[in-house]
Ligand binder design. Structure first.
Ligand code: CA
Length: 330
């Protein structure tokens, strides 16, 4: 059978993340892909901020797309919102690498004193002429409140340029985070008939639908005491080459289920001396051929912001590091 491909992670170690879901039908939100990003952000103007002297701070447009909402953003170092210099006729724009059909967006105000009140989300083919896709008026935000809106279906279309246009505001406009989202395209062709393993649109993780029983097992049993993780790893590696040092399973729980840890590591093999570990090779049990070193599970996304937090922050690194330590002192 021809093997499927997944983009290599930029790090030396390749990560394969898996999001498990209990039913064949995903929640409407779970298919959304964020298409906006900080590299593609620009704005009409920027508030003046003191760095070495007071000056406009052009990096501010990025701050609205950096996935950061600090608890305290009073100082320059901690600023993570975009704020324009005026309160009317301002805009915050995304120039996408390719046209996308944005169906949903979220917008987060900075505080209950600084937030957008009136805006239009506009799309454009050329960055010159704009079509209004959605309009909101007289909005009020609590501190760092996130509001999510769907673009009416008859306004959805392929645009390379999107911008929020702010015609007028009484309060200072300050936006901590904005996300433009499109319907994800989880299915890659060709794929084996009846495969429940779907590669996401960006080729950087896969999504597997579990049966209710499997889902219960994953949420209640250690991957080291039962065979369910070996079985699924085998199923995955029957469709991919054994190209991965680690496979990281991420459950779609917001928090770990009661009685379960944040994460758990399971060895596949150890060929390194001096770690305080025996040398062994269980590759065959996992359907691997010598590359895969371990698998680990994150039982919750740790943070309501997004599953990406769980991947970027300490839980994933902690679990991966069990590969090498700390075995000497245990
Ligand atoms: Ca931010």
């Amino acid at each position: 059978m021809q093997k499927r491909n997944l983009k290599k992670h930029k790090l030396a170690m390749t990560l394969l993340a898996l999001i498990a879901s209990p039913m064949a039908i995903s929640a409407p939100d779970s298919n959304l892909t964020v298409v906006s990003g900080k590299e593609t952000a620009t704005a009409s103007s920027y508030a003046w901020i003191y760095t070495d002297s007071y000056r406009p701070y052009p990096e501010m447009a990025e701050f609205a797309f950096d996935n950061i909402a600090h608890e305290n953003s009073n100082s320059h170092e901690l600023n993570t919102y975009w704020r324009p210099s005026q309160q009317s006729n301002e805009w915050l724009m995304q120039t996408l690498a390719k046209p996308e059909i944005v169906t949903t967006y979220s917008i987060q105000g900075e505080s209950n004193k600084m937030y957008p009140e009136n805006w239009q989300l506009q799309g454009s083919q050329d960055g010159q002429s704009w079509i209004t896709l959605d309009e909101q008026q007289d909005m009020e935000f609590a501190s760092r409140e996130i509001k999510t809106f769907n673009i009416p279906e008859d306004s959805q279309s392929d645009y390379s340029y999107y911008r929020f246009y702010f015609p007028n505001n009484v309060k200072p406009i300050a936006i901590t985070e904005v996300k433009l989202m499109s319907q994800g395209d989880d299915v890659e062709l060709p794929k084996p008939e009846d495969s429940r393993i779907m590669i996401n649109k960006n080729d950087d993780f896969i999504n597997v639908q579990l049966s209710t029983d499997e889902y219960h097992t994953w949420n209640s049993q250690s991957i080291n005491r039962t065979d369910h993780a070996k079985k699924l790893t085998k199923e995955i590696l029957s469709q991919f080459n054994d190209d991965f040092d680690f496979i990281m399973y991420v459950m779609d729980n917001e928090k770990p289920p009661q009685g379960m840890p944040f994460g758990e590591f399971s060895f596949v093999k150890n060929d390194i001396k001096g770690l305080g570990l025996n040398q062994f090779d269980s590759s065959e049990d996992f359907g691997a051929k010598g590359k895969l070193q371990g698998i680990f599970t994150l039982y919750g996304s740790m943070n309501q912001q997004s599953v990406l937090k769980a991947l970027h922050l300490d839980a994933s690194l902690h679990e991966m590091f069990h590969r090498w330590g700390n075995w000497i002192i245990v």
